[in-house]
Design a protein around this ligand. Structure first.
Ligand SMILES: CC(C)(COP(=O)(O)OP(=O)(O)OC[C@H]1O[C@@H](n2cnc3c(N)ncnc32)[C@H](O)[C@@H]1OP(=O)(O)O)[C@@H](O)C(=O)NCCC(=O)NCCS
Length: 387
């Protein structure tokens, strides 16, 4: 690495080179003007970092201002995207330099969590990210959805003005289901999907669906239903396209009721894209998530975290009445020992046996393992959206 490399906030004058690095990294495509507009929004809000060599931008990464559901509570989450390094600068630590700055900025912006879809795990594992959950895509026969019924439910076409309502309906459902993983997008993004003519959105009293065409079939991007009847009605609305579309691709939880409603099982080949999680501020992340009702935990943990030393050290981890805390404590012989990766995977509900099997957790006791599984377990962590 040359000494001239420095991390900066991407400014307007760098945006054209950022586009070039992006094209060389992800391939051609995309609308440059549209991309530029969004890029400037990230830049203006201090959520677009780059690496300069002299005056030339050679790497960049963005932070989405998301919230994420954990145990039915929403927590601010830095969604890292568009990590790119110019080809001639790769293989000498530029992405690592940039990602360390992304972690630092995420701390400054007060995000307890960060998540990303990795194109390569190595880079992010070195920085404390570990798999947290998946984005699942199932394929159902459109004809099966068409006949689901729900005819008594009023379904109306939705538009941009319904964005806030969509967020509220989704929030109600995720809180009630104690969901793990799904995102809440900024309101402006939801408005922009709903204003997009390529998306078809329908809303009922306690649910909504957003779908679009995908290679002659239909693809459901978002689906929220607060009752069986609404689920039936919204799926049947999508399935009404069965005379043209043979299949409906569905991004949803692996435990979504649609699996129990549709006559035939989803096609055997489901797609899973895994995403990674990192705790940026461990005490805040532990305090802000929800836990299994009735879970009780009170044990010593030792965390190693070289990149974010505020997370490192000896702690007392407690959970009771659905709420958790991580408080600095004296070192203990029987402490559960974890690094940043183990902590992220534990937080996301990975069974402790799997963490031990991968060398990501040690110490503690069998009783501690059972209590940890009980507190952090719950429904499988998933995301509906890619970013
Ligand atoms: C992936 C990318 C960002 C890596 O940039 P980079 O500056 O070469 O990364 P670094 O030199 O900091 O590498 C950090 C670690 O990741 C590893 N790594 C980097 N690219 C890798 C790859 N393609 N496959 C496996 N490991 C990789 C490095 O070997 C290094 O690990 P090590 O220290 O154990 O050897 C860059 O190749 C790129 O822009 N690719 C195209 C776009 C892309 O895939 N972006 C990621 C989106 S999530």
């Amino acid at each position: 690495m040359t000494d001239a490399l420095r991390v900066v906030d991407v400014a307007e004058e760098h945006v054209d080179s950022a586009w070039q690095v992006r094209q060389r990294s992800f391939g051609p495509g995309g609308d440059k003007d549209e991309w530029r507009k969004t890029a400037l929004e990230f830049a203006q809000d201090g959520r677009y970092l780059g690496v300069l060599d002299g005056d030339e931008l050679v790497a960049a990464a963005r932070i989405w201002p998301f919230e994420q559901w954990w145990g039915g509570r929403r927590i601010p989450m830095a969604g890292v995207a568009g990590v790119v390094v110019a080809p001639e600068y790769r293989g000498r630590g530029v992405a690592s330099l940039l990602m360390r700055a992304v972690l630092k900025r995420s701390v400054e912006k007060g995000y307890p969590l960060s998540a990303l879809y990795p194109a390569t795990t190595v880079l992010y594992r070195h920085l404390g990210y570990e798999f947290g959950g998946g984005r699942y895509q199932f394929t159902f026969p459109a004809a099966d959805l068409r006949t689901l019924g729900g005819r008594g439910v009023q379904v109306r076409k939705a538009g941009k003005a319904d964005a806030q309502l969509f967020i509220e309906l989704a929030s109600k459902l995720h809180a009630a289901e104690r969901s793990n993983g799904p995102l809440i997008w900024p309101l402006s993004e939801v408005e922009s999907w709903l204003g997009d003519d390529d998306n078809f959105a329908y809303v009922a009293d306690d649910g909504f669906v957003v779908y679009n065409w995908s290679d002659g079939n239909l693809s459901v991007d978002e689906m929220v239903a607060g009752s069986e009847e609404t689920a039936r009605a919204l799926w049947a609305t999508v399935g009404s396209g069965a005379s043209i579309a043979r299949s409906v691709y569905v991004h949803t939880a692996p435990t979504d009721p649609v699996h129990l409603l549709a006559e035939h099982e989803a096609e055997a080949q489901a797609r899973v894209q895994r995403w990674m999680l990192r705790l940026i501020d461990a005490p805040a992340a532990i305090a802000q998530r929800g836990y299994a009702a009735g879970a009780v935990l009170d044990l010593s943990v030792r965390i190693e975290d070289a990149d974010l030393p505020a997370n490192a050290g000896d702690w007392r981890l407690s959970v009771a009445d659905g709420t958790g805390s991580l408080v600095a404590a004296e070192p203990a012989e029987d402490a559960v020992r974890l690094g940043a990766r183990g902590l992220a995977a534990l937080y996301a509900g990975t069974p402790v046996a799997a963490l031990r099997g991968a060398g990501l957790l040690s110490g503690g006791s069998a009783a501690a393992d059972a209590a940890l599984d009980n507190a952090f377990g719950g429904s499988t962590a998933y995301m509906i959206d890619y970013f």
